[in-house]
Design a binder for this molecule. Structure first.
Ligand code: PLP
Length: 385
């Protein structure tokens, strides 16, 4: 099969570009997953993950995509009929609600306009209204809308209630500020393929003592592969996983985490903030309206509205086919209405400036009157920041 994907600059909000040293790590020999060598590799990877999550809580690596960890977060705690408050600010918040319903729980939704964030006060009102909410779910960085939720402030609210606090940091961990222990997060989930810049295929999950109490008491649990108690048992006894893990992705994750820790979380977040500012300023200078509300804008993905007359397929098709730059479209009702630029993981000035320059060329080609050079404005931002 012929692939010309190597030429493409991947500017979608995950999977993101993977550095060569991480890709090379996958070429290490496959080793048995019931060996001391694999136990050492897994333990080392988990210790590094804990540093990135900033937690003392038990942490597990799961072979599966981010949704596997979301599923694990819900399936292990829920009993038939349990109420879970799902904060829904986009497609991935909605996915948590769907998972709750799939496990026959009762999803109580706090729906927020897509592109905006949830108010901690509104979360408090819901927790006061229903006195038996078992857990609250929130997506930190709603990749589908380019808006982020104030997970620290929501955590301050949830900690005064009995409910478990479940946070999806799939497109924020390693790019935006996450501190599992300080934010009182009981279950935190992430994926390998976004800000951590590892290949897709692994998920990770952290579990607090408060969450373990609920999980251990749950005698109505449905599911098998994602049973957290099995993961706990194997890790405690052997530093292994209950079923065959992706050994080669574990190597890759280990090296990817080295790179995150070497750069330092604070530096990494600042880099993402700086690139987000440049991207937003560049788009606005060209006359493109941003989609997410100013107060809620993500620092790992920027969403923008298509101007009148610019068609999604033509815009993204030209960008990809002519300029080899891949950006994402909108999801669900936002399909055709917005496009999304991922500036996460290893992304730097070069990638952001090249993307803005080619967006400018594409827009002009499609007949849009570009107000001002986006690249010039983005450069000024980068020089200042
Ligand atoms: N949650 C968020 C915030 C995401 O961005 C994604 C993927 O884009 C997911 C969940 C689902 O992750 P996966 O596709 O790895 O299952």
């Amino acid at each position: 099969m012929k692939l010309d994907a190597t030429k493409k600059l991947l500017m979608i909000p995950g999977p993101t570009m993977v550095p060569p040293e991480v890709l090379n790590a996958m070429a290490m020999p496959v080793i048995g997953h019931r060996t001391k060598d694999y136990s050492n590799l897994l333990e080392d990877t988990i210790e590094k993950l804990k540093k990135v999550f900033i937690t003392e809580n038990d942490t597990f690596l799961v072979t599966g995509s981010g949704t596997a960890a979301m599923d694990m977060a819900i399936s292990n705690i829920i009993r038939r009929g349990d109420k879970v408050l799902n904060i829904v600010t986009g497609n991935f918040g909605d996915r948590f609600a769907n998972i709750v319903n799939a496990y026959k729980g009762e999803s109580i939704r706090l729906d927020v306009e897509w592109g905006d964030m949830a108010e901690p006060e509104a979360v408090k009102e819901m927790l006061d209204k229903y006195d038996d909410i078992k857990a609250v779910t929130v997506v930190h960085n709603e990749t589908s809308t380019g808006a982020r939720n104030p997970i620290k402030e929501i955590g301050e609210v949830v900690k005064d209630y009995n409910a478990l606090y479940i946070v999806d940091t799939i497109s924020s961990l390693g790019g935006d500020y996450v501190n599992v222990d300080k934010f009182n997060i009981d279950i935190c989930v992430t994926g390998s393929q976004k800000c951590l810049a590892a290949p897709p295929g692994l998920a990770a999950i952290t579990v607090s003592e408060k969450a373990w109490e609920v999980i251990k008491k749950n005698d109505d649990k449905v599911g098998f592969y994602l049973d957290l108690l099995a993961y706990k048992k194997y890790y405690e006894e052997k530093k292994q996983t209950p079923y065959t893990p992706s050994v080669n992705l574990t190597y890759a994750m280990n090296v990817a985490l080295d790179l995150v820790l070497k750069e330092g979380i604070e530096n990494r977040v600042k880099r993402h903030e700086r690139l987000a500012k440049a991207t937003r300023a560049g788009l606005e200078a060209m006359g493109i309206e941003l989609f997410a509300k100013e107060r809620a804008r993500s620092i790992t993905v920027t969403s923008a509205k298509y101007p009148e007359g610019i068609e999604d397929s033509k815009f993204r098709g030209t960008l990809s086919n002519k300029y080899n730059i891949v950006v994402a479209g909108g999801q669900k009702h936002l399909a055709g209405k917005i496009f999304r630029i991922g500036h996460m993981g290893t992304c730097g000035e070069r990638e952001v400036l090249a993307t803005l320059a080619c967006i400018e060329l594409t827009l002009k080609e499609l007949g849009f009157e570009v107000k001002e050079s986006g690249v010039e404005v983005a450069k000024e931002v980068l020089l200042k920041e």
